[in-house]
Design a protein around this ligand. Structure first.
Ligand SMILES: [Zn+2]
Length: 246
């Protein structure tokens, strides 16, 4: 069923998840020895733990440039803040997929970002990395293929690796969030209801336990992908450009 050319890639947007959720996801990847790229929103002990596992994990940044962002009031403040947290990051996915050509040029020229993963082309075959040339920017763009929260709004959601729509040619970059993995819910309204009750960084297992789903959802699919990728080890985003000519 699945081809073996190792083009299934795992990425994770932290989106301010508490450490116990990040640790759960990281430990599943470590247990299976599967690589992933983490787009970080904040510093924490769990982020430090991920950073130490350079054999498996790449750290990228997840800048929030929306109004009211805790990362800063301007694009420069936001990027400066995140590069202080993750100076080694060369990969980026923007929160809410914020983008403009000027922002991409800035991230590339002034903040050392050489790969952007903010293009979402869901369920699209034949995806491939491409090189963005603009005003002196040096930027690879890697489109991504699937995202957990977006899938919750689909009438024909994909929650299993056996789904034929996942077996198309091309790169298939998946994006998960620790909070949705832990909740395993396929209803965004569950997350919204809990978020109205308490800010996410204060959630503990007791608080969310009654709302954890036993159906097919982000967690069952994530674990299935991790299990599949354990046959190959998976790849980080920065490995997708190492042998490519511009
Ligand atoms: Zn985000």
């Amino acid at each position: 069923m699945v081809d073996t050319n190792n083009d299934y890639i795992l990425t994770i947007d932290l989106d301010w998840a508490p450490d116990w959720m990040i640790e759960y996801v990281a430990n599943e990847l470590i247990r299976a020895q599967v690589k992933a790229t983490w787009f970080v929103t904040h510093a924490s002990p769990a982020v430090e733990m991920i950073r130490r596992r350079k054999d498996l994990f790449e750290i990228g940044i997840h800048p929030n440039c929306l109004p009211g962002s805790t990362h800063g009031r301007s694009e420069d403040e936001v990027l400066r803040h995140l590069k202080k947290i993750a100076p080694e990051a060369i990969s980026m996915r923007t929160h809410a997929l914020y983008q403009s050509s000027l922002f991409l040029v800035k991230a590339s020229k002034d903040y050392g970002i050489s790969i952007d993963v903010s293009l979402f082309l869901p369920r699209t075959p034949n995806l491939v990395q491409h090189y963005f040339r603009c005003q002196g920017a040096n930027l690879w763009r890697i489109p991504y293929f699937w995202e957990d929260d977006v899938e919750m709004f689909e009438e024909d959601s994909i929650w299993a690796l056996s789904d034929p729509r996942l077996h198309v040619k091309g790169l298939k970059v998946f994006n998960f969030h620790p909070v949705y993995i832990v909740l395993n819910t396929n209803k965004f309204s569950v997350y919204e209801k809990l978020k109205r009750e308490k800010p996410i960084h204060t959630w503990n297992l007791d608080f969310i336990r009654p709302h954890i789903s036993n159906n097919h959802g982000p967690k069952t699919f994530f674990l299935e992908l991790v299990d599949y990728l354990s046959n190959f080890g998976g790849r980080c985003i920065n490995e997708l450009i190492s042998n490519k000519n511009k």
